[in-house]
Design a protein around this ligand. Structure first.
Ligand code: AMP
Length: 378
């Protein structure tokens, strides 16, 4: 406390966001409430963030002219996803304040770089080896054993570009992933549950950390987050400490999602890092004194960071395309549910369309209530 912040973005100044999906939308909503101006770059006219921003530049994410225009018009530049063109971002770094830099993105874009960074920083990950071809794969399987999982190093999401291997018979399924010539074999972590922690840091080195979210996936897509996670207070603290350690080690600016596996014997493994707000942090909009979006904006604007408090236990459930009709019928029945809809033009199967947040003093009863709607069948 009391230190002078290096560069504070003021109310009335402009945040430029590369990417206009729901994460950008919720960043923009917070920024507008705080009195910032927001310009979004996204190729889809009236994309979710474009609907709430002051302006949208409609152009592809990697369009250098468009990024340059965004840089010229913004006072601080951020992004809402990791597939940002690193070269384009580096090119505009002398025109606009880019507090997050490019090192974080460079590291988290690639699973080998990410896991190597984590291991070097003293954090536990699944055993892993780089795999560029079939010979590497055989060597890695000899070393790591089964079960294990082969993943593309870049561009995979929500379980895409992954193959779980149980025996030599599964090696034949790996051709697609091997054709990328850039894969990773990871040992399978026999986790009891998956959780995540959002952590943020500003240029002054102040750090703040969110409560631990327990994450349940359906078909590799986040289905539910439960906060606080149903693990011991000691493990929750350990998970938060690991996230803070990562934030310092990577010289974080802005917010970072840290995905973890927790095993039955109380070990925590870091799975992956998301250099942006994260779906599992949406609960914080209603359940915390500050949301993950507010904290990200504060961090990139170099405002001091508050201590995060969970105001009430909470369950967040995702609304995918196939859930929209059912969820809309619940609006008339559930006065206490917070219904979020991102305003996407087209409803598609498995597309994230919105989410519902339910503050509760009885997590198990709320999980049953969600189940009883019959909307979220596996
Ligand atoms: P990822 O894209 O790395 O987050 O992986 C998607 C999902 O696959 C994770 O949320 C886990 O449920 C599962 N998974 C991925 N890697 C591993 C691993 N090494 N051990 C156990 N489960 C894994």
């Amino acid at each position: 406390m009391g230190r002078t912040l290096t560069k504070m973005i003021q109310q009335g100044q402009t945040i430029g966001i590369i990417g206009g999906g729901q994460l950008g939308q919720m960043m923009a909503l917070d920024a507008k409430q705080t009195g910032m101006k927001v310009i979004v770059l996204d190729p889809t006219p009236a994309c979710p963030a474009g609907q709430v921003a002051d302006d949208q530049i409609v152009a592809p994410y990697a369009d250098v002219k468009a990024i340059t225009e965004l840089a010229r018009r913004a006072d601080v530049l951020t992004y809402e996803f990791e597939n940002v063109d690193l070269n384009a971002l580096e090119d505009v770094a002398d025109k606009v304040y880019v507090p997050q830099g490019t090192h974080l993105l460079y590291t988290t874009k690639n699973r080998i770089r990410e896991k190597t960074f984590l291991r070097d920083a003293g954090l536990q990950t699944a055993p892993f080896m780089a795999v560029k071809n079939e010979t590497d794969l055989k060597k890695a399987v000899d070393e790591i054993g089964y079960p294990s999982v082969l993943k593309t190093c870049e561009g995979g999401y929500d379980g895409h570009g992954q193959e779980v291997l149980h025996s030599d018979a599964d090696l034949a399924k790996c051709a697609g992933i091997l054709s990328t010539k850039d894969a990773i074999l990871e040992g399978w972590v026999p986790f009891k549950l998956e959780c995540s922690v959002m952590v943020a840091r500003n240029e002054n080195g102040e750090v703040t950390v969110f409560p631990v979210s327990e994450n349940i996936h359906h078909n590799e897509i986040l289905h539910l987050s439960i906060v606080p996670a149903r693990i011991s207070p000691e493990l929750q603290k350990k998970a938060q400490q690991m996230a803070v350690k990562i934030a310092h080690a990577i010289d974080l600016r802005g917010i970072l999602g840290v995905e973890m596996f927790v095993t039955a014997d109380g070990q925590i493994y870091i799975n992956e890092l998301a250099p942006r707000p994260h779906n599992s942090g949406h609960y914080s909009i209603e359940a915390c004194n500050f949301s993950q979006f507010a904290i990200h904006n504060r961090a990139i604007c170099n405002w001091p960071l508050p201590k995060i408090k969970l105001l009430q236990p909470v369950v967040m459930v995702n609304v995918l395309g196939q859930h929209v009709a059912g969820v809309r019928q619940q609006i008339a029945k559930k006065p206490n549910w917070h219904f979020h809809d991102y305003g996407k033009a087209e409803i598609r199967h498995n597309r994230k369309m919105g989410h519902v947040t339910i503050l509760t003093d009885d997590i198990e009863a709320t999980l049953k209530e969600i189940d009883n709607t019959g909307i979220w069948q596996k």
